[in-house]
Design a protein around this ligand. Structure first.
Ligand SMILES: [Zn+2]
Length: 250
């Protein structure tokens, strides 16, 4: 197993041997990261781990399988890769990423997503490249994006694509903002999202295998609608990669 996959080994280990995990954390050293992407503390050279300090890495519930496995028949996407459960700390990280001061987090979080995807291919990049042609992302409505200045899903996709050495393409658009879905259930969300995404005219997608990035997946309705649109345009396989997800279908 490559060094880069150890964090997911950690997720597996936590299930079978919790006491060993703390010691193993010290093995995950990455020289490039200076600050923890969760608490913002400077990270000591000896404890640089996936841009997370060793305290924060233990607070996050890392995931090495697909928590939505039982509802995949109900989804238009074929595969889901999630790094962690959307608990308190990942929520703080995503908030930072979305609202200005944490825009730089897209790079380390996108890398984590790439590693999570690679884990599913046993770390074999060539195998992964046979399964995916390109990386894309869930779009934001224009108005919302111009207010924020960027789409965090696009930044994550860029970082992930670079890490996986796959091309990144801007395939989808969201012609208008959908109403807030915070209180809607899965079925209401699906109705509200119908037709929310359009494939860009320039996209040539017949037979393409697409890895679509987003920051978070909860009910899966957004990813489902985006994947459905890509399938309608001829994509043969759509995988969804997110930084955080719920812990199962709801
Ligand atoms: Zn930290």
């Amino acid at each position: 197993m490559s060094e880069r996959l150890k964090i997911w080994g950690l997720a597996l280990l936590k299930k079978i041997h919790p006491a060993k995990t703390a010691g193993l954390l010290l093995d995950f050293i990455y020289p490039e990261n200076l600050y923890c992407s969760c608490c913002g503390d400077a990270i000591d050279r000896k404890t640089r781990i996936h841009s997370l300090c060793d305290k924060c890495i233990k607070k996050i519930t890392w995931v090495s399988d697909n928590p939505y496995e039982s509802s995949m028949d109900d989804m238009a996407f074929d595969e889901l890769y999630t790094c962690c459960i959307y608990g308190y700390y990942p929520r703080q990280m995503i908030q930072k990423l979305k609202f200005g001061e944490g825009r730089y987090l897209a790079k380390p979080l996108g890398k984590l997503m790439a590693e999570r995807v690679l884990l599913s291919f046993g770390g074999d990049r060539e195998k992964l490249k046979k399964s995916y042609d390109l990386v894309s992302f869930v779009p934001m409505a224009k108005e919302k994006q111009s207010g924020r200045g960027y789409n965090q899903a696009k930044l994550l996709a860029k970082s992930m694509a670079k890490e996986l050495d796959l091309p990144m393409e801007d395939l989808l658009e969201k012609p208008k903002e959908t109403p807030s879905m915070r209180l809607a259930d899965k079925y209401e969300r699906r109705t509200m999202l119908k037709g929310a995404f359009k494939v860009k005219k320039t996209a040539e997608l017949k037979g393409k295998k697409v890895l679509l990035a987003d920051d978070v997946l909860t009910t899966g309705s957004t990813a489902n609608e985006a994947a459905m649109e890509l399938k309608k345009a001829g994509c043969s396989f759509v995988g969804i990669a997110v930084f955080a997800s719920g812990n199962g279908p709801r």
